[in-house]
Design a protein around this ligand. Structure first.
Ligand SMILES: *[C@@H]1O[C@H](CO)[C@@H](O)[C@H](O)[C@H]1NC(C)=O
Ligand SMILES: *[C@@H]1O[C@H](CO)[C@@H](O)[C@H](O)[C@H]1NC(C)=O
Ligand SMILES: *[C@@H]1O[C@H](CO)[C@@H](O)[C@H](O)[C@H]1NC(C)=O
Ligand SMILES: [Cu+2]
Length: 210
């Protein structure tokens, strides 16, 4: 329960709670597949307020895993899949209309097992601290860099839907969890092409002696 609840109660208007999500790269939204798994009311809630914590959607039916991408499914988001190369730096934009202090991170998650692959790509020990006059700029604009070489990522994330970059934030005192997921594939073609070009460049540099 957060500030939003108290404000809503005090002002006695029907405000929606609003906490935070990722606005770029494009993250998973609710849709028909999520409605089938989690219920239409859950989808209506996230479409009405894309920043709500997953706790607002509990309890969930057994087929609905709110603890991965807040229940959002690949089937509803096939058009939003991003292609990233190993070693690529990816810029994120977040909105935090109602901050709640706590840890946050972004990790590659295997969607089949809901397990993190490798190490988190960024970790905030203290994120969205509502006691600060101004939030650090990196709370709403930050970058993560994929490992430059990872056979695991390359094989685990070669098919759309298999991997997401999940932004995860837990408001400690609020006891609220926020998740946004960016579907992506590792475009090995992109990385390979760059490596080939580099090789050609090096070869011609040798030939022309520059
Ligand atoms: C983030 O929240 C805004 C405001 O509710 C919403 O318009 C947008 O679709 C949400 N984005 C995601 C990825 O949930
Ligand atoms: C991300 O942060 C949450 C909250 O602290 C934590 O539960 C989770 O284990 C972290 N993920 C990783 C991969 O460290
Ligand atoms: C975010 O910015 C704050 C304030 O400049 C800094 O202390 C913190 O280390 C930064 N966190 C990350 C994960 O870059
Ligand atoms: Cu709250």
């Amino acid at each position: 329960m957060g500030k939003s609840f108290i404000i809503a109660a005090l002002v006695a208007v029907t405000t929606v709670s609003a906490h935070g999500n990722i606005t770029s790269p494009p993250a998973r939204l609710g849709g028909p597949a999520m409605a089938k798994a989690c219920g239409q009311s859950a989808v209506s809630a996230v479409l009405q307020d894309g920043t709500i914590p997953l706790e607002n959607l509990l309890p969930a039916p057994a087929a609905c895993n709110l603890f991965l991408c807040r229940g959002a499914l690949f089937a509803d988001n096939a058009a939003r899949v991003q292609t990233f190369a190993l070693g690529q730096t990816i810029d994120f934009t977040a909105i935090l209309p109602i901050p709640h202090e706590g840890p946050a991170n972004v990790s590659v998650v295997d969607t089949k097992t809901n397990q993190v692959i490798g190490q988190p790509l960024i970790v905030f020990d203290s994120y969205a601290d509502e006691n600060l006059a101004v939030l650090p700029a990196n709370n709403t604009a930050f970058s993560v860099t994929l490992p430059a070489a990872s056979a695991t990522l390359e094989s685990a994330c070669s098919v759309a839907g298999a991997c997401v970059l999940q932004w995860f934030w837990f408001g400690t005192a609020a006891k609220q969890t926020y998740e946004s997921c960016v579907d992506f594939v590792i475009g090995s073609g992109v990385a390979k092409r760059a490596a080939e070009e580099e090789k050609v460049k090096r070869k011609s540099a040798r030939w022309y002696g520059n």
